[in-house]
Design a protein around this ligand. Structure first.
Ligand code: F6R
Length: 605
């Protein structure tokens, strides 16, 4: 949610800021802006409504040049998307960009208005810049920032410049990610290190409460108690190309096609013969895993759907009871902790505010331990969990999650096999199934042309129902989410057995029903549900095992899916459904990678 980038160097940093903003655009794209300190030590700001390209075009008409600057791409929280609400915000000689939410902004705003500050935007951010300004005495920028942030409640990452110090940036991390990029006689700040790969591979991932004072040559970090501290410098092994579209039209399509490789990466070095290497989950896993009697999974969105699949697996294959809950509900609920329960968070970004808050709550409770399955190595969830497993999906730039989900499922099946093994069961069949995932994904991706054709028969509809049974029910939920977020078609998912308890009333020629039909122990029951729709004139779109005897008719479209091991069927069936959502959205002319109103990495609650 919102992307921050800053640079302090001995060269013009405007192209670096704009390039960085383009790479951060997945975090928000309703407006963008930057401010630099020019050669006359004046603040020069440009802001534009809309995407970063609007700002880039604006810079062609109004070129800016400076050695120090900060920039921002916005996902609106307080105040509608508009140029006046776009960051950076300025108070006198100070400018800031902000990612996060200030919860006490109403009270602070009226205090500052009483002191004579005039507000030119509807944002919570403008409160911060005026507050710092109100603390700005004797040209002591550090003291002003330290004083002001003590008054702020909420989650934020900030980058601040002031024209009195034309070669200096101050950054603050308190609840939202902030990373330092280290160049040769230049320093950078960013919300995501991917944004800086074109200028450096060296990064410092700030800790909660850190404040950093940067000049081209020096960097000084202060911890939450104001003590000088050094954090480790990490070298990223990510190549710049990994965060580009390559030959694909959209990131989402590229990421769908990367899933065979991504799931192989998730498994790499974690299986030995017929065994899961338990140490893959952390050094303490060997001691903790045998004690696990229950698993509590908490996540949001697509990651929550991965958790729902895991519940079926854990209970069926490892005989470990499992509950799954949406993080924004869990964090505010009075919950009862069963003895020997592992608390498990799932997240692509590792920074989702609700999931992080749920983890922090769980750490205050009586859980056996905390484990996160996450895609971002330096994320808050990884750092704050006792145990962790990286999904290794690589950068996911499309706002709609695809390969992150598939690798979460792969990791969750690995976890299931590990618990089965630790609890004295034979995990061989699970491990055989795990090893088959990458090849099965490659096979199912070959259905792409058929799916594209099927999408043309579907794209005129405005509403749809998805049905699945058993472990395919969460896949139906995920498929509905994927379709609605990128095609804007209203989609709901039901366990197929629920159809006649209400939703069947919706079925007519304008309410198509999409059904996931693997050849498993529930297939006969599912085919009865299909007949119930057919008998009422409903339009059917089936993703069905090729061995099942269903025939395409005028009102029945079928994608024949190669027969797959039942254990990994949810992983495999999800992939044609991702392709289906993608092709429908493309046919409708939508911005697939950056759907309206959304952003990736939801760092506000
Ligand atoms: C949907 C999607 C979101 C995320 C959710 C959680 O395609 O991407 O629903 O799954 O915002 O994000 P993470 O996994 O980063 O915690």
């Amino acid at each position: 949610m919102c992307g921050i980038i800053g640079a302090v160097a001995n060269r013009n940093i405007v192209p670096i800021l704009v390039d960085g903003l383009k790479r951060l655009e997945y975090r928000g794209y309703d407006s963008a802006g930057l401010v630099v300190i020019d050669q006359h030590d004046q603040l020069q700001r440009l802001r534009r409504m809309g995407k970063v390209q609007e700002l880039a075009d604006g810079l062609v008409a109004t070129p800016l040049n400076g050695h120090t600057g900060i920039a921002h791409t916005r996902w609106a929280t307080h105040g509608a998307p508009s140029e006046r609400n776009a960051h950076p915000h300025i108070s006198g000689d100070l400018a800031i960009v902000h990612n996060g939410i200030i919860e006490n902004y109403v009270a602070l705003r009226s205090q500052l208005q009483t002191k004579g500050y005039e507000f030119t935007s509807d944002t919570d951010t403008e409160v911060i810049v005026h507050l710092i300004h109100s603390y700005w005495k004797n040209n002591d920028l550090l003291a002003a920032v330290q004083g002001a942030i003590k008054e702020l409640q909420g989650a934020f990452a900030l980058a601040i410049i002031v024209k009195h110090y034309p070669q200096r940036i101050i950054g603050v991390r308190q609840g939202s990610p902030l990373i330092i990029g280290i160049g040769k006689n230049e320093h950078f700040l960013t919300s995501d290190h991917l944004a800086l790969l074109s200028v450096t591979q060296q990064f410092i991932f700030l800790e909660e409460g850190d404040l950093v004072d940067l000049t081209p040559e020096k960097l000084m970090i202060y911890d939450c108690d104001g003590k000088k501290i050094m954090r480790p410098i990490k070298t990223s092994d990510l190549a710049q190309e990994q965060a580009t579209k390559g030959d694909y039209q959209h990131f989402m399509l590229k990421e769908i096609f990367e899933q065979a490789v991504a799931s192989a990466q998730t498994l790499e070095g974690r299986l030995a013969g017929n065994h899961v290497l338990i140490s893959a989950f952390g050094t303490k896993a060997e001691v903790l895993f045998p004690k696990i009697k229950h698993v509590q999974i908490v996540a949001c969105g697509t990651s929550y759907h991965a958790g729902l699949v895991a519940r079926y697996w854990l209970e069926q294959y490892a005989q470990i009871s499992c509950q799954v809950e949406i993080a924004s509900e869990f964090r505010y609920r009075d919950n009862v902790v069963q003895p020997d329960t592992l608390f498990l968070t799932l997240s692509q970004s590792g920074e989702t505010a609700d999931t992080l808050a749920a983890l922090r709550k769980a750490k205050e409770q009586n859980y056996l331990s905390t484990l996160t399955i996450c895609n971002k190595p330096e994320s808050s969830l990884i750092r704050e969990s006792e145990l962790s497993l990286l999904t290794r999906a690589g950068p996911e730039m499309g706002v709609a999650s695809t390969k992150a989900f598939t690798t979460q499922l792969t990791a969750l099946l690995l976890f299931t096999a590990c618990l089965a093994q630790v609890h004295g069961q034979d995990a061989t069949t699970l491990i055989t199934a795990l090893r088959a995932i990458p090849e099965q994904i490659k096979t199912v991706l070959q259905l792409d042309p058929d799916i594209k054709k099927m999408a043309t028969h579907f794209s005129r509809f405005r509403d749809t129902l998805f049905l699945g049974r058993g472990v395919e029910y969460p896949i139906a939920l995920e498929a509905a989410l994927k379709l609605k977020e990128i095609s804007y078609i209203h989609a709901e998912a039901y366990p197929a057995g629920e159809l006649k308890h209400g939703p069947l009333a919706l079925v007519d020629e304008n309410m198509p029903v999409i059904v996931i039909v693997p050849n498993d122990h529930l297939v006969e029951k599912l085919l009865s549900n299909v007949q119930e729709v057919n008998a009422r004139g409903g339009r059917l779109f089936l993703f069905a095992d090729q061995s099942i005897n269903v025939v395409a008719e005028k009102n029945i479209h079928i994608i024949k899916v190669p027969t797959v091991n039942a254990i990994i069927a949810p992983i495999i069936y999800n992939i044609p459904l991702q392709l289906f959502a993608y092709h429908v959205a493309v046919l409708l002319g939508n911005d697939v990678d950056q759907p309206r109103n959304l952003a990736k990495s939801v760092t506000v609650e």
